[in-house]
Design a protein around this ligand. Sequence first.
Ligand SMILES: Cc1cc2nc3c(=O)[nH]c(=O)nc-3n(C[C@H](O)[C@H](O)[C@H](O)COP(=O)(O)OP(=O)(O)OC[C@H]3O[C@@H](n4cnc5c(N)ncnc54)[C@H](O)[C@@H]3O)c2cc1C
Length: 382
Amino acid sequence: MDLTFDAEHEEFRAEARAWLRAHVPHEPLPSLDTAAGFEAHRAWETALFSDRWSVVSWPIEFGGRGVGIMAWLVFEEEYYRARAPKRVSQNGIFLLGPTLLEYGTPAQKERFLPPMASGEEIWCQGWSEPDAGSDLAAIRSRATRNAGGDGWLLNGQKTWASRGAFADWCFGIFRTDPQAERHRGLTYFLVAMDAPGVTVRPIPQIDGETGFAEIFFENVEVPDAQVLGDEDAGWSVAMSTAGSERGLSLRSPARYTKAAARLIDLFDQRGAPPMAADAVARAYMDAEAYRLHTYWTASQVARGHAVGPEASCNKIFWSETDVQIHETALALLGPEAELLESGSPGEWLDGYLFSLAGPIYAGTNQIQRNVVAERLLGLPRG
Ligand SMILES: Cc1cc2nc3c(=O)[nH]c(=O)nc-3n(C[C@H](O)[C@H](O)[C@H](O)COP(=O)(O)OP(=O)(O)OC[C@H]3O[C@@H](n4cnc5c(N)ncnc54)[C@H](O)[C@@H]3O)c2cc1C
């Protein structure tokens, strides 16, 4: 099997590398979980979009280059190589975007995809509720038909919405038929965060930043044009979004191969004990394995196959690899790992703290193991 990229992809890589070299800010942007940092990252999205680098695999009419999924992987490799800013629009471009391309009407694609690609409209996800996390089908937020029959009234509460404190739009599922079986009777809505009746309550994290928000809906009017997919068929639309989060689009392998390369540099600088070499080698091999596996998945997708429950294996692997890489780095740094840099955790400590969330978000790893057991291995339900 030939795992090298062809000349066209290498040309694309060179173009991406040159652009990133010329445009990536020299100083890191402030945290995207602060109001100022969020806007700084939005401006970066706009800069990417201006030269058509924000969503390279999307169709040209929506702001992409229509270059396909393998080229997107090449772009991601260059993006991490250049140490470019985090993608504040990731909920939109990596999660909702693919779902809109699959389920959206032509009018919805035209309305929502270009401002998503440009950073003009940044999205948050409204899945979790106070009593519905792992068991997402337990959600209680409701959508009822407007008295006039056109549009909907939304009521209820969502929580843990990443970037919900600053986002412009929210996507999520609401119960539209309370009599139906739990996974039916749910509908997928797109809601403007400034719509009357939406209240956002930021959740301060232990570091004081507002990475999350609770969102309250009180008689929020939403037109039919903001229903994605069919009424009462929101579960399968939501699973398409979750598949992108666990499978191909949220966590590209470049994130891990780059981190593993930095780990090797750290190991070299430290002249670390030989016993650490095993953990460093393991991190490198796992990141490489993830890269090769992703190429395989991408080539399947390029041939028209959908990513199914195997996305759950993917999610377990990327989240556990992230923890392992960062744990090894902290072990190499020893007590220095905890030193603050200009009042903030250093890159490794910051990355480690975030890696601990990986086994929780996008559906906990316990739940993903249940999916693997039941849907891939055919084991009986526990
Ligand atoms: C960094 C981060 C970002 C997030 N961003 C968002 C977001 O943008 N939007 C959003 O809607 N939500 C978001 N979440 C919330 C996330 O989706 C939930 O935390 C997650 O689904 C788990 O739900 P829960 O916290 O209610 O835990 P619970 O569902 O209460 O689970 C508690 C524990 O019990 C285990 N458990 C539960 N049921 C089972 C079972 N059947 N079998 C085995 N073990 C089980 C779980 O694995 C977990 O360990 C985010 C979370 C984090 C950490």
